[in-house]
Design a protein around this ligand. Sequence first.
Ligand SMILES: *[C@@H]1O[C@H](CO)[C@@H](O)[C@H](O)[C@H]1NC(C)=O
Ligand SMILES: *[C@@H]1O[C@H](CO)[C@@H](O)[C@H](O)[C@H]1NC(C)=O
Length: 363
Amino acid sequence: MLTTLWLLLSLAVPVPGFYTPISCPRGQKCQLALLSGNDVLLECPLFGGHWKYYFSMSKESRAYDPSKVSNIEITSENNLAITNPLPSQKGLYHCWDKSNTEVIQFEIDFQDMSTVHITHNALQVMPLQNQSVREGSREIMFTQWEPWQDCNRCGVPGERKRLGYCYVDEPLEDPMPCGLYLGEVLGWSSRMRPEVQVETCLVECKDTSFAPVGFVIYDNFKFNEEQESLWLHCPIASMYRPVSWEANNTPLTWQNELSGKNLHSTLDIPSGGRQLQIFQPAIYRCFVEQEVVAQFNPLGALKPKEPQTRENKTQEPVSKTLSIPLWLKLLPFVGTVLVLGLLLLKTLSPLSGKSRNRTLLVK
Ligand SMILES: *[C@@H]1O[C@H](CO)[C@@H](O)[C@H](O)[C@H]1NC(C)=O
Ligand SMILES: *[C@@H]1O[C@H](CO)[C@@H](O)[C@H](O)[C@H]1NC(C)=O
């Protein structure tokens, strides 16, 4: 129930999706690297504060009101929700109180996910090497690794990953994100890339009664005759969370994606699998933090379309029958959180514009 309450609170914001929260202690300046293309929520621990944003580190640069930028929104809790941040949006984000005292300052390098370097323990790819910033200089560009995320599945083989950010190590100083260090000085270097390491894993399922996510979305899709492919959107999926997709119960692994073996789909790696491009009908499910959060059923593809089928009242649509076990499993929880369901439906609807007949279940 706590999870639900928390969900309810965090969703009472006028933005779609779930944003990865980024906080900084009050009164401090936090310098950090994040990823482009993955939603974040910068937290200001002060009600009634206001945000300012400087595009670059230089003192002359102008301050902007971030709420005027199209992919940035200030939430009702006065946090800054950044949707699909661009590498060019690195800079200083300040939160000030009413008397113009700075409460916190984020200095953020949004590292470019379109240039990400990915390695997998089952594939022969080497991680990036350390490299001097200039010939012979003592400043070294290296990858600073985050902890490993959880396995993306439990009870069955899965994969886990860790994110690595490009940092510059200079003698006697703390390491600094490459984009902040080099941005003004050197422009771009080919070593300035975020990294991701992926490895296979197998963990048991913990018997937790509080699902980390708390809802399942059921959606239908249909290929039109002229359409070669469709995009499915996994709500709240992001590079910052363990995400996994499957088609007809077969996992669409990162390993297969990286080695070109996911033949009928393409996992969008830069968004951490928030999107999946599909080329043929199947039942697709996506998991976030080991829990199913969405299931996409093909409309019309699994049942014949002849006119007599429509008249035969004993025949149930296939997709409905398939959903029943999950519905039953989750039914006891539904009543408690209807409000949340409505909220979510409203909040998440822009995420998959092409789809129809969305059903939302709260567990
Ligand atoms: C790369 O550089 C970092 C930071 O200076 C250092 O901690 C690490 O040991 C280096 N790695 C190698 C393989 O030299
Ligand atoms: C309806 O469908 C069932 C199962 O496919 C079939 O056995 C039955 O003959 C059908 N009835 C009619 C009236 O078509």
